[in-house]
Design a protein around this ligand. Structure first.
Ligand code: FAD
Length: 487
């Protein structure tokens, strides 16, 4: 007998746990299972264990709408895992989650109106086989087993250790060592202050600068409301709305007056650095603000480590590794005992799971997305892909609500499957990549754009990356619209 569920959720990260909460609350009659390859929940916050690992989003929007966040503005991985653990316990979700269930294939059958899920148990090696009607893909967007490390000449000659933050050895001894961190983003700026005071010295080697935004780690409004003895649920909602509102203002300004916002961001960084510091070389990006993620720096600690002389910035390109370190194009050799490649993620589409629809292999790059969550030719499936310019989890609340509405609507209509399909007048619409490079262009997306689904020329067939519109649009989606083809 193959075990069957109404819904299978793939992944027990912040997305999968959130969707499980919505199913339990809004569709109590539906059976569901959460299938997770790792040995515990948390996804990103379990995989990444480098020193200092923390969010750079505020937790009022990175936390769920339904569970108040009572800690500081940002949070460590341990605090986020604790929060997720509470969500699991308070809502009786633990019995729904199956760990060490690594999925390899999912197969849709139009005849059965169901998905067959196959994989391998990581603890016993046993084969997994179960079926479900609806698939909620919460597998994230990158390969958890390994990060992205470019190949440079001479890496084999290097006498030191090369480490990627995603697979940080827990026993790595960096005390009194020369550490070279290669990279320029949020991982770099999080890791550096956490190791800079134990290492002999940290050198950051970046090819080009990133926008940073130093922030305080307390929310004044939350503290004021707390002093008035306001209920934590209210504080969460009020502060969350303030953050959403401010986020919208900032994103709109970054698009409307990029030069003004650029100057503001650079001025804020300049303020953190000693007088005469070469901000032009190290902290003036070539791209527009928000064309790549802006790395927030809680308490400006990354800049403190520069001010304290513990961290040195080098903006240059790698020529090759040498025995003692790295030779850069300008001819300098940067000494290193440890080289950390904070060079990003290895994006993978749908958890490297092989999809078939009626025995035909599915190429997601040949599909068009319905609002960034469903896909043409793929019945009964929804994906959570969060926001670049707002907290990822804002999307979880929207998609969770949408899936529950859709499942209830299907029951009311008495049908078994739904697939989004362009209306007749949309069949010839011009198609574009998942995200336009001039809109948002981090390297991990550029490297994998050819693998991602396509978008159309109207918001309905795009992931607009605009939470501030989506928050009104998603709850109002007309499920009887002809784009939803029910069977
Ligand atoms: C270091 C770091 C910091 C970040 N900070 C922020 C931040 O501050 N704010 C923000 O908005 N975003 C941030 N992000 C983006 C972040 O990825 C999302 O916020 C969020 O954690 C994604 O959650 P998720 O549940 O969708 O995916 P993930 O956290 O990636 O979890 C996916 C889960 O699915 C499982 N899975 C995948 N494939 C399979 C398979 N084939 N079989 C079984 N299980 C599978 C994985 O094991 C994993 O547990 C950060 C990302 C990183 C890497």
């Amino acid at each position: 007998m193959t075990e069957h569920f109404d819904v299978a959720i793939v992944g027990a990260g912040i997305s999968g746990i959130g969707i499980a909460y919505y199913l339990k609350q809004r569709c109590p009659d539906k059976s569901f299972v959460v299938l997770e390859g790792l040995e515990r929940f948390g996804g990103t916050w379990t995989t990444h264990r480098y020193p200092g690992i923390r969010s750079d989003s505020d937790l009022n929007t990175y936390g769920y709408s339904f569970k108040p966040w009572v800690g500081s503005f940002t949070a460590t991985a341990a605090e986020i895992l604790n929060y997720l653990g509470e969500v699991i316990n308070e809502n009786g979700l633990a019995s729904h989650i199956r760990y060490q269930h690594h999925l390899e294939a999912v197969k849709w059958s139009s005849k059965e109106h169901s998905w067959t899920i196959e994989g391998v148990r990581q603890d016993t090696g046993e084969a997994i086989r179960l079926t479900c009607n609806f698939l909620s893909m919460c597998q994230g967007y990158y390969r958890h087993a390994q990060g992205y490390t470019p190949q440079w000449e001479g890496m084999d000659d290097f006498a030191g250790e090369i480490v990627h933050p995603q697979t940080w050895p827990q026993d790595l001894d960096y005390e009194d060592k020369e550490v070279l961190v290669i990279g320029s983003g949020s991982t770099m700026s999080t890791l550096v202050p956490a190791i800079a005071y134990d290492a002999k010295h940290v050198t950051v080697l970046q090819r080009s600068p990133t926008f940073f935004f130093p922030i305080g780690d307390e929310d004044n409004l939350a503290e004021q409301l707390r002093a008035l003895d306001i209920d934590e649920a209210w504080i969460h909602e009020i502060v969350r709305r303030k953050r959403i509102y401010n986020g919208q203002l900032f994103a709109r300004r970054a698009a409307a007056e990029p030069e003004v916002v650029r100057e503001e961001l650079i001025a804020a960084v300049r303020q953190q650095l000693p007088e005469g510091y070469d901000v032009e070389t190290h902290f003036m990006p070539q791209y527009r603000p928000w064309q790549q993620r802006i790395a927030r720096v809680p308490n400006g600690d990354f800049f403190t480590s520069i001010r304290d002389g513990r961290t040195t910035m080098v903006t240059d390109e790698i020529e090759r590794f040498t025995e003692q370190g790295v030779l850069v194009k300008s001819g300098r050799e940067l000494p290193a005992d440890i080289a950390v490649t904070a060079t990003g993620f290895d994006l993978c589409v749908f958890g490297d799971i092989a999809f078939t629809v009626d025995d035909r292999p599915l190429d997601f790059a040949a599909t068009i997305t319905y609002r960034g969550t469903m896909f043409t030719g793929v019945p009964n499936m929804a994906w959570v892909f969060g926001y670049f310019r707002a907290s990822w989890t804002l999307r979880v609340d929207l998609v969770g609500d949408f899936i529950c509405r859709l499942l209830r609507h299907m029951d009311q209509r008495g049908c078994n499957s739904v697939v989004p399909t362009p209306r007749l007048d949309q069949r010839e619409m011009p198609l574009s990549p998942w995200v336009a490079p001039e809109d948002f262009s981090p390297n991990y997306i550029r490297r994998a754009l050819h693998l991602l689904p396509k978008t159309g020329d109207v918001p309905e067939w795009q992931h607009t990356q605009d939470y501030w519109q989506d928050k009104d649009v998603f709850p109002a989606i007309d499920l009887d619209d002809p784009v939803f083809v029910y069977r």
